[in-house]
Design a protein around this ligand. Sequence first.
Ligand SMILES: *Cc1c(COP(=O)(O)O)cnc(C)c1O
Length: 373
Amino acid sequence: MSQDPWLLTPGPLSTTAQTKEAMLHDWGSRDASFIEMNARVRDAVVRIADAEDSHTCIPLQGSGTFTVEAALCTLIPKDGKALILINGAYGVRMTKILDYVGRSYVVNQTPEDIPVDLEGLELTLNDDKDITHVCVIHCETTSGILNPMADVSAITKKHGRSLIIDSMSAFGAIPISAKEITFDALMASSNKCLEGIPGMGFAIVRISALEQCKGNSHSLSLDLYEQWKSMEANKQWRFTPPTHVIAAFDSAISQFEAAGGVAARNKRYSNNRRIIVDGMRELGFETLLGDNLQAPIIVTFKMPADTNFVFDDFYNDLKDAGYIIYPGKLTVAPSFRIGCIGNLGEREMNGALETIKTILKKMGVTTGVPANS
Ligand SMILES: *Cc1c(COP(=O)(O)O)cnc(C)c1O
């Protein structure tokens, strides 16, 4: 089988052969072997969050957004009110979800290259006693910025509100311990830093909070309370489970643990980031973010000023050479993104970098320096 292109994107991501091979079977949803696998995955996820004493893992079919929507609408009651901390597209998406389902909310918004505003959070919680939940994005994949979860959690806790974290692109690569960072729900998916395949998300929810959530959800299929109750009662999913996705996830998690867990993954991704950032800077490119704000997940580069640089040609040439990157999603400046996550290491990052050099030469681009630098 020929090598698939390497995915230097925010997902779906490159996965190992072992993860793909784990799918070469069929499982009945009531099979003992499937039920055991499902329980193993749920337990492992809770363990990764250091949350065995307090939280449970509720998996859900669909992409990550399905789980974000499910968690928001299960946790926030119909008469609740959310404060959404926004510095990118995924924060904005939370407002769209709440618009659809008719939950009340306010936002505190900062530019895409600035972390969420802690003083603003403190002030808003002081002023508005109706706010029941604070919602935040751990790593805003729009830019690759890391938001300060420990501070957001401490302020939210001090004000006695409930914290909901979208850790989709960070979970498994950036440590988070439920014993140190208080949250009622944290959402992620099978195919980001844990390197499974796409098709399911999961929420890690505080059991004492979840017990209060009966009847909150507007949606039958997205009701995490019912998904949990039913899974606890008979160990089965309510509706047809994504059996192959769970099998691949089970394999991906055992590879993750064998490789050294969160610390090892953080180290590999940080090394990937170092290779691409150092190499691109040598070519004149500039990152949107300073190194102190940049998560080891995905890096935003500003578009070069050189008129010989045509992004679509650059993208297509890279793809033909076996590397898929990602267009920018910023509102502030033209940009593109290169991901550090998935089954990628030094060889792939250096390979991408060498290919980029060749393509720039072919295009006649002498420097990657952006317009307003
Ligand atoms: C990937 C991602 C999601 C989910 O996106 P889907 O396309 O629905 O899987 C949500 N939040 C963040 C921060 C993400 O990076």
